[in-house]
Design a protein around this ligand. Structure first.
Ligand SMILES: Cc1cc2nc3c(=O)[nH]c(=O)nc-3n(C[C@H](O)[C@H](O)[C@H](O)COP(=O)(O)OP(=O)(O)OC[C@H]3O[C@@H](n4cnc5c(N)ncnc54)[C@H](O)[C@@H]3O)c2cc1C
Length: 431
């Protein structure tokens, strides 16, 4: 028999950074928030490098003191390395931002970091049910009125609430079921990654530098030093490049690519590979809509962008905090009209489109940051802002300059909330 629970104001599907940050904000506003999470935390997750403009949402949910007290490696810079092994000067964020706040960020181990973020949500008052898989959205007409979930003991519960936040990450539970998921027309890469212990790293403020190391055909390695003497290292490129000559298994792909960049080869040579080799080919996608009546998409479930500039966590936290405040207003006014979230979608899409343009440029063989800054030195600051996650501003000067070298994509016409059809509105509809 299916049980019912009706005491919740907001249901959050997924306890990753997007879900936990939205739940923290909503609990702070005094709402009854329930997070339903399929896994048991701590759980493995890729995506380990933060960028400077994650600072404000992290501060908003009270995480900065916890991060400062943690073992996570501090990140002050990014550097780029060519295939022959020569490294650029590290680019230090404190040359542009406040050294004590925005300019210092972290390299995190997601199992520990996500548990920290989730426990923080609990401390703020959110209730979490782990090992609970959401199976379907409950609907009345076009309106989402809750979710059906299965607990680890096999029991199935229908949870009812005026708002559901889908924070299910790249799996994008509702996005897929609503038929809203659209592939990016061009960005469709494959990533293979693993971990090393004891590999080389720099000292002092360069210990936590993210290195982006190029391989032929616009592929690249990430090299992310973590605590416990670990390094996360992965390669991203076109599938047909990585699988050339029929090589298909992740370990063989990875090992062959190491030799394509001398810096990576040298740094890994003294380390020991640990754990599995992971692979994903589920790349950049967008959702046609940010939600509908009773449903809002937050974090990766709204859009997932190629991770070359490590923008995912910033966007997850930013959307989580913004969603939390907007859903609070909707609850106070008892008005859940989808149009309340138009501005949310516009803001998130603007940031995504700016980042997406820079990602397109990055993969164009005619583009390099150096080419732009040599010709237009005054645009260096714009490049830094976009790379650091300060993405909601007008970058039209930068796009005009880059377009001289590389074709940039048009903005995609996606994101607006889906209005309910009048004929699909139930008689007892609240808005
Ligand atoms: C190869 C790669 C490298 C990356 N590198 C970086 C990086 O360096 N820096 C960066 O910022 N980002 C990076 N990212 C992106 C980053 O991982 C994501 O942007 C981030 O995890 C998004 O957070 P989220 O909360 O939206 O989703 P997630 O962190 O994925 O959380 C979603 C949660 O939902 C749960 N869930 C899913 N379905 C259900 C269900 N049906 N019922 C209940 N629970 C469910 C999952 O178990 C999960 O815990 C990378 C991504 C990839 C693929």
């Amino acid at each position: 028999m299916i049980k019912h629970e009706t005491q919740w104001d907001v249901l959050v599907i997924g306890a990753g950074p997007a879900g936990a940050s939205a739940a923290t904000v909503l609990a702070d506003h005094g709402h009854r928030v329930l997070i339903l999470e399929r896994e048991s935390f701590p759980r493995y997750h890729v995506g380990e490098s933060l960028i400077p403009f994650t600072y404000a949402p992290l501060e908003r949910i009270g995480l900065i003191p916890k991060l400062r007290a943690s073992n996570f490696i501090k990140k002050y810079s990014v550097q780029f390395v060519s295939p022959n092994g020569s490294a650029s000067q590290p680019f230090y964020f404190f040359n542009r931002y406040d050294r004590e706040t925005v300019a210092q960020t972290w390299q995190v181990l997601r199992s520990e970091f996500d548990l920290m973020v989730l426990n923080n949500a609990r401390e703020h008052g959110a209730v979490v049910r782990e090992q609970t898989e959401v199976l379907e959205l409950l609907k009345e007409g076009d309106r989402v009125v809750g979710v059906r979930a299965r607990h680890v003991d096999g029991s199935v519960v229908d949870y009812h609430a005026p708002m559901t936040l889908d924070c299910t990450g790249k799996e994008a539970f509702s996005t897929v079921r609503q038929g809203w998921r659209v592939k990016d027309p061009y960005l469709n890469k494959v990533a293979v990654w693993t971990y090393y212990e004891g590999a080389k790293r720099d000292n002092g403020i360069d210990e936590g530098t993210t290195t982006v190391a190029f391989v032929p055909e616009k592929g690249w390695f990430w090299y992310i030093p973590q605590h416990n003497n670990r390094v996360s290292v992965g390669v991203v490129a076109e599938g047909k490049y990585l699988s050339r000559e029929g090589v298909r298994d992740p370990e063989s792909i990875f090992k062959r690519e190491i030799a394509q960049n001398l810096w990576i080869q040298d740094h890994l040579s003294v380390g020991k590979q640990v754990g599995p080799h992971y692979i994903t080919n589920e790349y950049t996608f967008h959702s046609r809509h940010c939600g509908c009546e009773g449903l809002l998409l937050v974090g990766d479930s709204f859009a997932f962008l190629d991770p070359v500039f490590s923008s995912g966590l910033m966007l997850a936290f930013k959307s989580g905090v913004m969603a939390g405040d907007l859903v609070h207003e909707a609850l106070v006014q008892r008005d859940f009209a989808p149009s309340r979230f138009t501005e949310y979608a516009r803001t998130m899409r603007q940031g995504l489109e700016n980042m997406r343009k820079l990602v397109y440029a990055f993969y164009n063989p005619n583009f390099s940051f150096r080419t732009i800054t040599d010709k237009y030195p005054h645009l260096g600051g714009d490049i830094t802002d976009c790379l650091s996650g300060d993405v909601n501003k007008d970058f039209s000067r930068l796009w005009a300059a880059i377009s001289e070298f590389a074709e940039l994509p048009e903005d995609l016409p996606y994101g607006a909330p889906l209005e309910s059809r009048p004929e699909a509105r139930p008689a007892n509809s609240v808005s």
